[in-house]
Design a protein around this ligand. Sequence first.
Ligand code: HEC
Length: 215
Amino acid sequence: MNKNSENISGWKKFMKSLTKAHELGTEEDIMLDHDYDGIRELDNVLPPWWLYGFYITIAMSIFYIFQVFYNPENYSQSNEYATEVAEGKAEVEAYKAANPQLFDDSNIVAFTDEANIAKGKELFTSKTCFACHLADLGGSIGPNLTDNHWVLGGGVKNIYNTISNGGRPGKGMIAWETTITREERIQLASYIISMQGSAPAAPKAAEGDIIWPAQ
Ligand code: HEC
């Protein structure tokens, strides 16, 4: 017998020990006496693989019962949920505290870098602002955005506020809060600020009593 066949017989033995299957041809030894309308029954043992699996589930269920109902930490799904939600909220708060300029409108600062200004310019076209303020911001339906006169206030916070919440009722400047993201509204405001003092082709006469920067 070479090593290979030894292995095979070892494997076979192991498989047999898992099932304890009765040898074929010797069924008579375990045949039960009953005869159900000609159908007879073998008294096979439960296969050990199945039986031990069953014992493991019993052990698991006992462990589980203690874990769920007698755990000193009062474990339950609702507690676990509440804990995780609290952890999540704490993380959000920590992030907000670390990045106030992203969430708190009173902390808004205008972008001055080229990429964000360019994005603001692009948005001014893609979000149709140019239709009322003109592409060079000279103004038509909406006021000239390049002069230092403001109806609703200049500076990044006021401009951001106007873009977010709109102008006076009935004037045509809607609130963009729901259609333009917060960052994009800051980019738009920054672009408008970057255009202060530029010379549009046909500037609309100054509107608004607010002079900005305030004098
Ligand atoms: C349908 C026309 C229309 C569109 C589109 C429009 N606006 Fe206006 N905008 C107006 C009008 C009209 C006003 C003046 C509101 C008022 O008098 O209360 C205004 C006011 C403003 C002001 C304040 C000006 C001031 O003097 O205080 C800013 C800033 C502004 N718009 C930016 C934008 C931006 C950015 C967009 C694109 C997202 C945009 N607008 C799109 C019509 C428009």
